[in-house]
Design a protein around this ligand. Structure first.
Ligand code: FAD
Ligand code: NAI
Length: 475
């Protein structure tokens, strides 16, 4: 006998598990199906984000940053440390513990919110009276009937043609998070978010890292003033980054990987590394869902086609997160999950796609929201820009971390904030103020008049807002 639910969510990543919780909060009967399993076969809800994405990468970034600081900046604070040793097994083990705590946290939240969890693969069977018939296969074999289905199946790493991931020498984000010893030489293809974060981790732990990027500009989507500052800082840390390269046929041997490439000047080069991370974007997960069985529409790149409300071409079938258009970010997936649950409940769920912040967790961190200067120029929009360097911020000096700046772009006529771009310490936290102001369509004058605690890095935000009208107080 099929079990009946108001809502069945397929996938328990940040899009899916949050949608399930919100739907349950709104009084619906909800089930969530997720296939992810630990090495010993136990459920591991949380998706890419929790298992091989946001959470483990930030755990490694934190540990490697500590290690790097002991060896580099502690001496500046008058702290002499002798005999610093790296226990990589422990460092990786700590990351695994953080992941498990998050998996357990989601199982607890499901219980608390009365979401029924099925560990297995979910697929469509047919449209039936009263909704959709679904099958769960794997650990728990079940037949379900759902009035509404929310697809939140996420994405997987894209491989280079003829270079499958073996997670030994050729690593996706998964293998990159569990290299068993620090490689002497590490190659990274793709200078995007994963490439730069993973390059930072292993470089801080002692690897000599070379990053090869196809596009001529470093971080092409980022405000270029910010991108240049970030590139300078990363190079100073020892990362070698070549942009505008074209890789040739990559050879994988028992001991290493050989990457022939043409550099931006057209010269032939060869990079020999112990291991190679390939981080060139991700592809949506639709295989095994039964897309063809029910006629669910996907686009030419495999993404499920949805409208602004995340509605698919099928009645009462919704899709959120990495499996649909838009940035592949956990908070975007979550926002869509909440919005869909609220729309199903008859409320006005909505996502403001213009104000989804982006962060790259390198050191310095890079964070931004809204339009870049190059976008405003190409739109022909008149704007004023204000920047403030962390070098002139008292707290940054006390921290010993003065790289970077805050940059605010505001409409020349109305002063409405159009974009905020930060490269520097805790940029990931500082950007939240910008998002809040921009959600309320605030002006740079609003930020400038808010009292910011002293001494804090957030004062750089206030000063950058003052800089928009050329009246910084501390620079
Ligand atoms: P996912 O998290 O991919 O979850 C989908 C789930 O569905 C998985 O558990 C999968 O097993 C399951 N599934 C798939 N098909 C089926 C099926 N048929 N039946 C049952 N279950 C199924 N984003 C940020 O915002 N900040 C970050 O710092 C950040 N860091 C990242 C670092 C790395 C290394 C990577 C790879 C990604 C990072 N991301 C980050 C991106 C973020 O992880 C994704 O945007 C986010 O996980 C997408 O959420 P989702 O719910 O759409 O899908
Ligand atoms: P990405 O899209 O961020 O970067 C991929 C990079 O690879 C691009 O710069 C692209 O130009 C380059 N590239 C593509 N093909 C290439 C080739 N053949 N040779 C050389 N370079 C090539 O993708 P990435 O880093 O794989 O991350 C996937 C997703 O995960 C991203 O969409 C990102 O949003 C998300 N993510 C987010 C993080 C965060 O929010 N901090 C951290 C890590 C991932």
């Amino acid at each position: 006998m099929a079990k009946k639910f108001d809502v069945v969510v397929i996938g328990a990543g940040p899009g899916g598990y949050i949608a399930a919780i919100r739907a349950a909060q709104l009084g619906m009967s909800v089930a969530c199906i997720d296939a992810w399993a630990t090495a010993d076969g136990k459920p591991a809800p949380g998706g890419t984000c929790t298992n091989v994405g946001c959470i483990p990468s930030k755990a490694l970034l934190q540990s490697s940053e500590h290690y790097h600081q002991v060896n580099s900046s502690f001496a500046d604070h008058g702290i002499k440390v002798k005999g610093v040793d790296l226990d990589l097994d422990k460092l990786l083990g700590r990351k695994d513990t953080v992941v498990t705590q998050n998996n357990q946290g989601i199982l607890y939240l499901f219980k608390k919110n009365k979401v029924t969890f099925f560990h297995g693969t979910g697929s469509f069977v047919a449209q039936v009276d009263g909704g959709w018939s679904l099958k769960v296969s794997g650990n728990a074999e079940e037949d379900l009937i759902a009035k509404h289905v929310i697809i939140a199946t996420g994405s997987s790493p894209r491989a280079l043609p003829k270079l499958p991931f073996d997670e030994e020498r050729v690593l996706s984000n998964d293998g990159a998070l569990r290299i068993p010893e620090v490689p002497a030489k590490l190659g990274v293809i793709g200078a995007g978010a994963i490439g730069l974060e993973m390059a930072s981790v292993w470089s801080r732990l002692g690897a000599q890292v070379t990053v090869l990027e196809a596009l001529p500009d470093f971080l092409a989507v980022v405000d270029q003033q910010v991108a240049k500052e970030a590139q300078k800082a990363l190079a100073k840390q020892g990362l070698t980054i070549h942009t505008g390269v074209k890789t040739g046929e990559i050879k994988v041997g028992k001991k290493g990987v050989t990457v022939p490439y043409t550099d931006s000047a057209g010269a032939e080069q060869t990079l020999k590394v112990d291991r190679l991370i390939v981080s060139i974007g991700r592809v949506p997960n639709v295989e095994g869902l039964g897309v063809e069985t029910v006629g669910l529409k996907t686009d030419e790149r495999g993404f499920i086609v949805v409208d602004d409300d995340c509605k698919t071409n099928l009645p009462n079938v919704w899709a959120v997160g990495d499996v649909v258009r838009g940035p592949m970010l956990a908070h975007k997936a979550e926002a869509e999950g909440v919005a869909v649950a609220e729309i199903i409940a008859g409320q006005h769920g909505n996502v403001n796609y213009d104000l989804i912040p982006s962060v790259i967790y390198t050191s310095p961190e890079v964070a931004w929201v809204g339009k870049t200067e190059q976008q405003l120029k190409s739109e022909g929009r008149k704007y004023n820009a204000g920047t403030f360097p962390f070098m002139a911020n008292g707290r940054a000096r006390a921290l010993g971390d003065t790289t970077g700046f805050v940059k605010i772009l505001a409409d020349a006529g109305t002063d409405e904030v159009l974009g905020v771009h930060i490269v520097g310490p805790t940029a990931s936290e500082l950007i939240a103020e910008a998002v809040a102001i921009m959600e309320f369509r605030g002006a740079s004058e609003d930020i400038a008049r808010i009292c910011h605690a002293h001494p804090t890095l957030s004062e750089a935000m206030k000063e950058a807002a003052l800089a928009v009208s050329n009246r910084t107080l501390n620079f």
